[in-house]
Design a protein around this ligand. Structure first.
Ligand SMILES: [Fe+2]
Length: 103
C-alpha cells in the first residue's frame, strides 16, 4: 500500500495504515454480516479519516459500497495480491515467505 501511494504521489502513511487495519476486526467478527462494518465503526469512533474508513469498508464486495478512490481500489487489489503471495509460500516445503523471491 505504501509503495502504491508513493507511486500515486499520495500519503504513504494513510494508505499503509488503511492496509494494516483493513482486517483488524476479522478475529472478533469473521462473518460477512459484521466484517468490516464493525471495524469501520470502531475506526470512526477513534477519529480515523473517512477516506481510510471507506477504504476498509470497500475492500469487501459484500458491503455493497462501491470502490471510488485510488486508495480503495488499491486496497482491494493488494488484499488479493497478498493472499496470493501467502498461498505461494504455503506450497513451498518450508511454507515460509522468506523462500518466496521475486524473479
Ligand atoms: Fe477483510
Amino acid at each position: 500500500m505504501r509503495g502504491y501511494a508513493r507511486k500515486a504521489g499520495d500519503d504513504e502513511e494513510r494508505w499503509g495504515i488503511a492496509g494494516l487495519l483493513h482486517d483488524f476486526d476479522w478475529e472478533i467478527c469473521p462473518t460477512p454480516e459484521d466484517h468490516p462494518n464493525f471495524g469501520a465503526q470502531i475506526l470512526r469512533e477513534h477519529g480515523y479519516p473517512e477516506d481510510m474508513v471507506r477504504a476498509v469498508l470497500t475492500h469487501g464486495d459484500h458491503t455493497g459500497i462501491p470502490r471510488e478512490s485510488l486508495m480503495e481500489h488499491t486496497l482491494f487489489a493488494v488484499d488479493e495480491l497478498s493472499g496470493f503471495i501467502r498461498a505461494v509460500a504455503l506450497v513451498r516445503p518450508s511454507k515460509s515467505l522468506e523462500d518466496v523471491t521475486p524473479r
